[in-house]
Design a protein around this ligand. Structure first.
Ligand code: NAD
Length: 337
């Protein structure tokens, strides 16, 4: 079987920590080449993974035939680099967020559609077994009518000289762009519908960089589900994420499932109401608990991408959703600027 050949653009944190190791795990994949603008990074990663390393994407793409390009650079580079890869006829998986704003994302989707190439964004949390479980519970009506959703997702991200996420021109935004984007994408995936409206608070509560270190936003979906998301750069690592979904007949509560690993737990409570009881003698149903399967979310994402690329059917639904996520983020930032 012919191997799916990957080129990597941007060999920094996520590429070295998760993405390239995932590519190396799959026997039907081959890492063809890597590129990073920083010569020392390119050289080190080239040696580490035993592939040719470049410091310029055009040269790499010209010299290296490949089936897919994975882009993991600062957000401001996603649009020009995905456009460059398309010029060489490549399918492209761009790390999240897909672009700096909805306009860039829509232009990418349109360009890939014209060339009949696959484009997607690295929202890998939808491959988490517990998020799939949550989606199936919701889809099966197991918590009745879904009414509210709540996300808490944080990390510790202090001032770092030159850090691109702390500069609006390079990262597009702070904790909302970085962590909130996952919440929005996951909310739309789980609920199977778009967010139509938001209201937000953004703050630099702890750090003094240009982008926000705290973002809290409310949202309402087209059908009327109301939700909230808290995305923070100023909470110590180790404070567990939360994803809670409440309906008329029960709830789904995920702890520690938002992140780079398929871990954490999901507790599902089904408790259809027996009517209003003024004495409040309520029966206490027991929640069922499920656990993260410990798989590799990035490997699942790469496998899915390669399979879809092989089918060759102008499959841009997921990229369109990533563009829609960007539209929601544009709305949150537009409120504040
Ligand atoms: N899905 C996830 O789990 C996840 C996690 C972290 C980051 N990300 C995303 O991945 C992307 C990269 O984030 P990161 O944390 O790895 O950042 P990083 O700063 O650790 O790495 C970025 C790399 O890009 C390189 N670079 C800068 N300019 C370049 C250019 N013009 N061409 C090529 N390389 C260039 C830098 O030298 C650096 O090695 C971002 O879009 C981020 O949002 C996704």
């Amino acid at each position: 079987m012919k191997k799916f050949r990957w080129c990597v653009v941007g060999a920094g944190g996520i590429a070295d920590r998760r993405a390239i190791p995932a590519i190396m795990k799959e026997e039907n994949f081959a890492l063809a080449a890597i590129m990073d603008r920083t010569p020392a990074v390119a050289e080190r990663l080239g040696e580490k993974y035993g592939v040719k390393a470049y410091t310029d994407e055009e040269t790499m793409l010209k010299e290296t035939p490949c089936d897919g390009v994975y882009i993991a650079t600062p957000v401001a580079l996603h649009y020009p680099q995905a456009t460059a890869a398309l010029k060489y006829g490549c399918n492209v998986l761009v790390e999240k967020p897909l672009g700096m704003n909805r306009r860039e994302c829509d232009r990418l989707v349109a360009a890939f559609r014209r060339e009949n190439k696959l484009l997607d964004a690295g929202y890998m949390m939808k491959y988490h077994n517990l998020h799939i479980k949550a989606k199936n519970l919701l889809r099966g009506g197991k918590i009745g009518q879904v009414n509210t959703v709540r996300f808490f997702f944080s990390c510790w991200y202090p001032e770092i000289e030159g850090a691109w996420r702390q500069q609006r021109a390079l990262g597009g935004g702070g904790s909302v762009m970085d962590l909130g984007a996952h919440c929005i994408e996951l909310a739309e995936y789980l609920l199977g519908e778009e967010i139509a409206e938001t209201k937000s608070f953004l703050a630099n509560r702890t750090f003094s960089y240009e982008t926000e270190d705290t973002g809290v936003f409310l949202f309402r979906t087209k059908s009327g589900v109301i939700g909230s998301a808290e995305a923070s750069f100023n909470v110590p690592d180790g404070c567990e994420s939360r994803l809670e979904i409440y309906g008329t007949e029960g709830c789904v509560v995920c702890r520690g499932t938002l992140g780079q690993e398929e871990k954490g737990s999901l507790s599902y409570l089904r408790a259809p109401s027996a009517g209003y009881d003024a004495m409040q003698n309520r029966f206490k149903p027991k929640a069922k608990k499920y656990y993260g399967a410990g798989g590799d979310l990035y490997l699942k994402q790469f496998r899915d991408f390669a399979a879809r690329a092989a089918r060759g059917k102008n499959d841009l639904l997921s990229a369109e959703r990533a563009a829609q996520v960007q539209g929601v983020i544009d709305g949150i930032y537009a409120e504040k600027r």
